[in-house]
Design a protein around this ligand. Sequence first.
Ligand SMILES: Nc1nc2c(ncn2[C@@H]2O[C@H](COP(=O)(O)OP(=O)(O)OP(=O)(O)O)[C@@H](O)[C@H]2O)c(=O)[nH]1
Length: 787
Amino acid sequence: MAEAGPEEMDLYTFFTAVEEGDVQTVRRGLEAGVDVNVKRRWGDWSDQTPLHVASRYGRTELAELLIEHKAEVDARGELQSTPLHRAALMGHTGTCELLIRHGADVMARDELQETPLHRAAAGGHTGTCELLIRHGADVMARTKVGRTPADAAEDRRTRRVLKNREKEVIQEKSYHELLQKSGGVKVNRCKVFVFGMAETGKSTLKESLQRGRVAALLQGLWSSQEEPHDPTPGVDVGTFHIPGVGEVSLWDFAGQAEYAVTHSMFMDAENTVFIVLYNIMDDSEEQERQLHWWLSFIKSCNPNRQPDVILVASHADQLQVRDRGQRQAAHLLHLMTSEFKDHLHISDEVFLMNCKETLTPEMDRLKKLLASMRTEMFERQRQMPKLCGEITKHLFSWCKKKCSPKCPVLRWPDYVEAVKEIDPHVDEEFLLKSTRHLHRLGEVIFSCPSASDPIIVLKPNWLCTDVIGPMMAPVNFPIPRPERTSEDYVTRAEIQRVFQDVADVDLLITLLQEFQLCHSYDGQTFIFPGLLTQTMPPDKWQPTLEPKVVYFGKQVQCADSTDMFSSGFFPRVQTRLMRELENRPLLWRDGAKCWDLNVEGLIKLSPDGRAVTICVRSVQGDKGQCGKMLQQLENIIADVLDECSPGTGTVEKVLSARALKEHREEFYSYGKEEISKATTEGGAISHPTLGFTEQVSDLLCREDEDPLTRNRPELVQALRHVEPILDHLQARDILTVEECDSIRANRTLRDKARELLDTLGRKGKSAWEVFKKVLVEVNPYAAELVL
Ligand SMILES: Nc1nc2c(ncn2[C@@H]2O[C@H](COP(=O)(O)OP(=O)(O)OP(=O)(O)O)[C@@H](O)[C@H]2O)c(=O)[nH]1
């Protein structure tokens, strides 16, 4: 640190107090006349006002004191960053909130054109990102080199949140463009989705809701016998008039696990009320488990909105003491409401019903609630772009006139031709956007296969009920052994037999592949991961005695109890593995094994379905190839999560390499913070439960795991004053005098920084560690990029 004069000494004390959050000393300093906007001018800490420093350290109370004393909220510091930039990078959400409350510009740009949201994303602070977005931060803002905040995101969870927002912004933009070009029409739509495990009473409730008074009275006279249960295959969709409510589109989702693999495809729907049923006669823990599962599922598919949910307990007529059932239902409602309060709007009414009966006070109450939700929905419902409205009017007749029998699907050229009958001048690009919008509304299913023209399913429930239902029913594809493995293909002939009345089976197969339900290597036999029943036999992943073997692993876990991987997640991962890996993987219901060159990979779903683990190993010790495979598998998992569980929060962990090598029964992992801490403290990490120590470098197999390498461009920008760094490194015998001179001889600041990084790179890990410590001392901004 440079010698400071007496006045600067005062400032030194003052700034140290700010850093440490010492409110008393700072107050005294301000009263003694220290300028609240004075800039720190020593070391590499140039241009930092006290508010920058307080924000960087998350000293909210102090920041408030400084603002009270007229600190400039948007003062510019290092790289033109504002205090909000600094608080955001460190994830101090409370400090960000304070700064914004006092007028900080959420869209302030620094020299790299980064906004505070870029910084929060780079730091991996999801909560801070959400706060900034709530206050108007633009998720599409680009830096000088064109990176959006999502591109800058450090971890996948933050990236997913930002990508979801990006998607929403793009969809909104497209909606407004459509509206502007074609005008809008008011089309009232109300969907009711009914969920619950098998035999909870979904279909029964649906029928009772629709039944009129007379039919209900007659039913009371005639029905006495229990009818045999007829499970709903896939999703049963229909538009019905519910007396006392009005017209709604009712979607009855099958409760059986084998059908649930595709539910997530239909969940992103506006204007929807979700009813979740459970059987009050089940064991209370089971009721809680089921409700929790469905609510997590609804949450996982709806990242950007809070859907309206009603909980309904069925089979109330079988209760011996109704009061006890009432208490149980109220208790569950309370539990779920408090757990999901940030994600779902759960109605506060308790419904304890006999779903078979229509004329009951409970049913009346449920209808009243549905009616009021429907009215509210209509009031806030947005206009539908005119062309979309016109298309929806024609869908029914096109199914009859323009499609082959039992296959209400049009390929793009036929669809365009049909639309041209409504509007002869329609532009195809505009039609594409309109059709995407209809898909989002759930009016059609629109798919763009990479190898052929887009396909439009005019009746979504045909795909759900008539295709996916029979396709995922194991009885339709019998096998000679008790458990289905990936060797038990479904043949084209079998598909043809099951769908014999569908004229265009090829089209149907294209759709099944397009929705990632199956994969074919030869066009004749198809592997449906959703049908697999065999779990992974333990002998498929055995220890090896090869001395050079190396192991690496990652785990993606659900972030909190409201998160889940939707039922379609793992089968889709497996379809993607078949599609993307060079060698054919082995698949089981809960696992997959793959190979490439001299590397083996294993992907396992945990028994509770809340974590997925990837391990890779190479008996030849090929770290590079392990890194490549790990990266490929991680990307597949991240992509599938984005597609079918966009609302799921995840946490990534690094597995203990030593525990993997020992083939322990469970997986043991380290968190990101533990790894970063161990890296700065010399590279050794101890596992709290395993009791041994291993090297961080043995856990990470990718070069870019190292933040020094990953953030190189930003580092080069940030290392403006290499002099003090060179002095420190030379004093600590990391760099020689000649090396320092050679670095100094570069003409530009950036070239100096580049040569410094290259020289350190050649010196290996210990040199990097010292470098990081030096940065913390002399250039905290750059240090933030590498810690
Ligand atoms: N006693 C009584 N029986 C009910 C009630 N609700 C449904 N059931 C009966 O439970 C069985 C299953 O009902 P469904 O409505 O078919 O169940 P589901 O939830 O649609 O089942 P899946 O289609 O398999 O997902 C039928 O035999 C119904 O008659 C109820 O509230 N009380």
